[in-house]
Write a protein that binds this ligand. Sequence first.
Ligand SMILES: O=C(O)CCC(=O)C(=O)O
Ligand SMILES: [Fe+2]
Length: 298
Amino acid sequence: MPGTKNAPHLTSLPSGTPIPDILSILYRDGAVRVTSLISPDQITQVAAELKPHMDADYNSGLNVFAKQTKTVCGLAGKSSTVATAILQQPTIRALVDDALTVTTESWWGDSRNTCVSPPLLSSCFAVRVGPGSARQGLHRDDQDHHATHRNADPRETTKLGCIVAISKVTKENGATEVVPRSHIWDDARKPVYPDEVTYAEMEPGDAVFILGNCYHAAGANVTEDSFRSVIVTLFCKGVYRSEENQFLAVDRETAKKLPYDVQDLIGWKASAPFCGWHDLSNPSDLIREDVGINKDLF
Ligand SMILES: O=C(O)CCC(=O)C(=O)O
Ligand SMILES: [Fe+2]
């Protein structure tokens, strides 16, 4: 209960904390906040790139978001700063690689093959929770992969989310509700609101990482005039399909201009051995004229 020693608690670590230390909290609690991950200049730039879309965009109409909440999707293609400052951010990428890289061994005839499937971008969108927004329902993000949770294993998930604050984020203006340690619960247990919830309050540039098996929700905005803006970036294991269709979200001409590792992240690289190919080759051959045809999918 709030105020007692068993109150749900979200651990904060400063940017620059060694990756193994961040990972040990993430796997222990299902979520962890990292402060000052993205620089103030980059946040200002992201906000400027988002503004025309936010001004022009509409409520998604989905029941999963309140009617006062606006979303802007497809940010890998709409914001070059998101594509670099967030999608290439070394801490984000290191946590994602650890949680979501899939490595398996199997026989092909007499050969024992080790296949490594790197993570994919699952979705990248801004969520601006406006005054009067109701809270979202508590949920697990890996539900769209029909993930099951049977083994109390922190890694038993298909996704990892990273929510970066663009505005100041407070409990009052809609901070993400998080249920620490719910990532190891089975599928029957329902989180109890508000007793098991804590709030991911943040300054601009802070980030909260939430494993796909950890219960959370966008909070209610009970203010008169404060808007809560965040970038939600979800990553998934490369053997699952992305939540947001990245080939439609980022057109081919825009994808061509992205850094190669971001192209890979949004699906232009096949996952070894044979997942996601085009014409039995890496799709990136279509957008990288200088590297030539690569038929080797292993
Ligand atoms: O906006 C937030 O705080 C979280 C949004 C979320 O959980 C979702 O859209 O899946
Ligand atoms: Fe979510």
